[in-house]
Design a protein around this ligand. Structure first.
Ligand code: SAM
Length: 289
């Protein structure tokens, strides 16, 4: 639509978006792939352009080129994390893909509650890899509390990792907008959340649930400091940003860290088929070792 027609219809004139040149975009894509495994295709050019444009306007860099040269030549780790935040997507929600939580209740916690277990100790270790702002690991903690009838006999340790500065910070605080809990049953909200004094629109995960979750910053492409085995690993809606080779390498590393018989989940729109890994499917987007 021509700009004068937009004006005639009463729309404000939009500022023309900054468009990255093909060279700039491939420089960004190379950095993102080498450091974080992100596979940015040309489809992402307008998204990356608009995020970068608003960052450049606020940050005081003269141009995209000067920002990219700074990153390449003397960008600190902190500069790189700011750049990662510009490129990554943190969309998440509580009890996302409910079928995964139902599966854990039915196939993992119910047998444990009945004493039907081959676990050597009384600890259950779970890893939420790419946990974003924490909805996923806190949902896993609530799911465990709700599903285990003999909860007090178990120590449940949930490791929640993400690379994004802002996501890790939010996950640690465990404070959310009330709207984010609209789809969560009231009974669960009452049991596991509490009001934030002076902030009527916000709500915080209870101390009990937060105490089960340890949040840490981790680039999945780096070496991992923690040791296995985990009983459950969730890496959902993270590997969609990686290419096939990176995805396969990562899945094999998850496989190594999982206890035999353990459960691995990817996002509901993802699959491991075609990756040739030793995982065995148990239901859509869920696997066992
Ligand atoms: C769309 S969110 C998924 C959140 C959650 N797992 C869910 O399904 O609701 C993807 C997350 O992956 C994280 N991520 C992407 N690449 C990563 C990497 N190389 N290392 C660690 N985290 C990464 C992003 O920061 C983002 O928070």
């Amino acid at each position: 639509m021509r700009w004068w027609r937009e004006c005639a219809m009463g729309h404000p004139l939009k500022k023309s978006p900054m468009n990255l040149s093909p060279n700039q975009f491939s420089q960004i894509a190379r950095l993102a792939r080498d450091r974080w495994g992100l596979h940015l295709t040309e489809k992402k050019i307008s998204l990356v352009s608009s995020r970068l444009a608003s960052f450049i306007r606020k940050s005081g860099y003269e141009s995209v080129d000067s920002y990219l040269s700074h990153l390449e030549e003397n960008g600190s780790e902190e500069d790189m994390l700011v750049f990662f935040d510009l490129l990554s997507t943190n969309v998440t929600s509580f009890f996302r893909d409910l079928a995964h939580f139902d599966y854990l209740e039915r196939e993992f916690y119910t047998p444990l509650s009945r004493g039907n277990t081959t676990l050597p100790g009384r600890e259950i270790r779970i890893w939420s890899a790419g946990c974003s702002t924490g909805c996923e690991p806190y949902s896993l903690a609530m799911n465990a509390c709700e599903s285990l009838s003999n909860r007090s006999e178990w120590k449940i340790s949930i490791l929640a990792t993400d690379l994004s500065n802002s996501a890790v910070e939010e996950a640690r605080a465990g404070v959310y907008e009330r709207q984010q809990l609209e789809k969560v049953p009231n009974e669960i909200v009452r049991k596991y959340f509490r009001s934030v004094p002076g902030q009527s629109g916000q709500i915080q995960v209870s101390d009990e649930i937060r105490g089960m979750v340890k949040v840490a910053q981790l680039n999945l492409m780096d070496s991992w400091p923690m040791k296995g085995p985990f009983e459950v690993i969730f890496c959902r809606n993270v590997m969609i940003y990686f290419d096939t080779t990176t995805r396969r390498d990562l899945v094999l590393r998850f496989h190594e860290l999982l206890r035999p018989g353990g459960i691995f989940a990817v996002g509901s729109a993802e699959t491991l088929s075609g990756l040739k890994t030793p995982f065995r499917p148990v239901q859509a987007s869920m696997y066992t070792k």
